[in-house]
Structures are given as C-alpha cells and as structure tokens.
Design a protein around this ligand. Structure first.
Ligand SMILES: *[C@@H]1O[C@H](CO)[C@@H](O)[C@H](O)[C@H]1NC(C)=O
Ligand SMILES: *[C@@H]1O[C@H](CO)[C@@H](O)[C@H](O)[C@H]1NC(C)=O
Length: 349
C-alpha cells in the first residue's frame, strides 16, 4: 500500500518536473536562441544589370564591394555577394574587377536580362537569405542591410508594425517578412551636386506598389516558391511594377506581409545617382532623368515634393563610409573631364 502511494507521488513529482523543465526549455528557445539557430552569416545577394556608363557602374560596384567587406567584418557578420547581368565586354571587366558573378545576355528585353541575373543568383547562391535588386546607378548604406536581416529573420524590434492600429506583436512571435521595400528615396544630380529627398509616391493601391524599385528585397524562401522568376521576360519598362504584380498574384500572403517603410526614420539611405546631364554620359540609360523627376514631384505629380539637402558632403560623410564622398567627387571629375574631351576632341592634338 505504502509502496503504491510512493509510486503515485513519484509519478506526480516526475510530471511536475517535466512541466517545469519543458516550460523552461521553451522559454529559453523563445527568448535567447531563436536568432542564431544556424551559425552561418545572413547571406544577401545583390542583383544588378549593367548597360553602358562604365564609370558609374564601376563606382557603384566599388561601393558594394567595400560594403561587403564592411558587413563581413561586423560582430554579427552579413555576407554580401553580387550578381551582374551585362551585355558588353566592358561590363564583364567591371563585374570581375569587383568580385561579382557575371552573366552575359542581350540587353533587351530587359525583363529577360533581369531574370538572367536572378538565375545566376540561384546558380551561385541557392541558399541565399535575401536578394536585393538595385539599378546600376543605385547605392544604399550599411544600415539598409542590417534592417533587411532583422526583417527577414524576425529579429526586428526596432520596426513598428506598418499598421498603426495593430497591437505590437510580442517578441517571441515576431513575424518574418519575405518582401521589403523602401518608400522614400534620394536623387543626386551628379553634375550640379544637387541632392534631394522625396518621401515617395503620394498614393498607391498596395504597399509593394508604393515601394521604390530601388532596394526592394525578396527572401530566399519566397524566390524558391516563385521558382526564381520575378519579371515577365518580354518587358522593356515598368519592371518594378511587373515584379510587384507577379508577387501579389502568385504569393499573395507574403506580398500582403511585405514590410514597406520610410528609411529616413531608421537611418537607411537609398540614393539614385543621375548622370544624364553629362553630355557624354552614354545615352538614354537614365530613363528617369532628373528633369522628368522634377516634374513627377511637382504639385500634380506622383511623387512627394523634393526637399533639398543643404550640406551634401556632410550628408554623405554621415551616412556612408569615409571613402564614399571622395570617390563620388572623383567620379564627377572623371565625367566632367570626359565631357570636355567629347566636346572638343581636336583640342587634344
Ligand atoms: C549569435 O551570433 C553572433 C555572431 O556570430 C554572436 O555574436 C552572438 O553572441 C550569438 N548569440 C547567441 C545568443 O548565441
Ligand atoms: C572602396 O574602397 C577603396 C579602398 O579603400 C577606395 O579606394 C574606394 O574609393 C572605395 N569606393 C567607394 C565607392 O567608396
């Protein structure tokens, strides 16, 4: 009889111990260990297409190569690789010079060219965590990548829910995002040195449509779900819109859960560098010239009004690495010099 009672007590104690123990375990898992489940660094692949404007491409790739070294040296490192689709020998040279993977493909249609870069990313980094699409004239700062990792790993407590009415989500079930976009953007007119900020589109039907093409990012899981196609092959314009439409129709839930935010509130800076004002800058690759943009930001236009940045050098020195501003000035001088030579070729003789 007593033995049976002891046995019963034993069972009760064992059960209680288990409850406590399992509870503790899940507490530890929930709060302290979720972010480092795998010890490899968060892996980002930057995808871009090059066409002409070799000096600018070189500057942009140099920026990202430097960024990749900077991110790899962090305490919580981020791995940044580049894939480039180009259509000229010059593009291959530039890409290889800066350690980018390269694929050669006809320039048009552009949809196919972009998809070729994506296919290269799949080939070289099938396990990537995030793919970021940037133009060959677009730069983002280091904070962009940190925010990206936080959003895609569910580690982000800095970001508020985009829906102001929602209760804050407890940290343990912070959702992972699969699409990230920036609402705001800076434009630099390199020749004059004018830098302006716009808070982005005034109205949009869907957050993804509201985000800039510059710096839009997709998770690896989402790309695998979409079988690594984002754009319609035969497009030559409106690629950002094509990708957004594809996402919304083919992956409605991740699209709805996109994190679209104002970079300005988080020290995230994305700059589109305009060089069309240089007569010799290499033709119509700047589809959105600064003048067209000015019109788009007018009262009746689609973009929020431009705000001028007064102290451009200190802006870049604050948000980018030490060498960035100097390198930008060198690029500007190089283009001014090139323009001078093109205007007066016989002066050289
Ligand atoms: C997570 O990984 C980073 C970088 O490897 C390390 O600094 C940090 O201490 C790790 N955190 C935990 C909780 O293991
Ligand atoms: C990248 O780093 C190199 C070496 O420090 C420097 O010469 C170059 O100007 C940097 N490029 C940019 C765009 O900052």
């Amino acid at each position: 009889m007593t033995t049976l009672r002891w046995l019963r007590l034993g069972w009760i104690l064992a059960f209680a111990w288990c409850l406590l123990r399992c509870g503790t375990l899940s507490f530890v898992n929930g709060h302290e260990r979720p972010l480092n489940a795998s010890s490899r660094p968060f892996r980002v692949v930057l995808s871009t297409c090059l066409w002409q404007r070799a000096e600018l491409s070189e500057f942009v790739l140099s920026h990202y190569r430097n960024m990749s070294l900077e991110l790899a040296a962090r305490q919580d490192p981020i791995q940044l690789d580049m894939v480039v689709a180009g259509s000229e020998e010059e593009a291959r040279r530039v890409a290889q010079n800066y350690g980018a993977f390269y694929v050669d493909v006809q320039n048009e249609p552009l949809g196919r060219k972009h998809n070729a870069a994506l296919a290269l990313a799949r080939e070289q980094a099938p396990d990537l965590d995030a793919l970021v699409v940037v133009g060959s004239d677009d730069v983002v700062n280091a904070n962009y990548f940190v925010m990206l990792r936080d959003a895609f790993t569910g580690a982000s407590f800095a970001l508020q829910s985009p829906l102001p009415l929602m209760e804050p989500v407890p940290q343990t079930i912070q959702p992972r995002h699969h699409v990230l976009g920036l609402l705001d953007i800076y434009f630099l007119e390199l020749k004059s040195g004018r830098l302006v900020y716009s808070a982005g589109y005034k109205t949009f039907e869907n957050p993804i449509f509201g985000s800039m093409g510059l710096g839009r990012a997709y998770s690896g899981a989402l790309l695998r779900l979409l079988d690594w196609t984002l754009w319609d092959d035969d497009l030559n314009s409106r690629l950002d819109r094509s990708a957004a439409t594809n996402l919304i129709t083919r992956a409605p839930l991740p699209a709805e859960n996109a994190l679209v935010y104002l970079g300005k509130h988080h020290d995230v800076v994305a700059v589109d560098i305009k060089t069309a004002a240089f007569a010799s800058s290499g033709l119509g690759n700047n589809i959105w010239s600064f003048d067209i943009l000015l019109e788009a930001s007018s009262k009746s236009g689609r973009l929020h009004a431009f705000e001028d940045i007064d102290d451009v050098p200190s802006f870049f020195q604050t948000h980018f690495s030490g060498t960035f501003w100097t390198a930008l000035l060198l690029l500007r001088n190089e283009l001014i010099e090139k323009e001078r030579r093109a205007k007066a070729p016989h002066d050289e003789l």
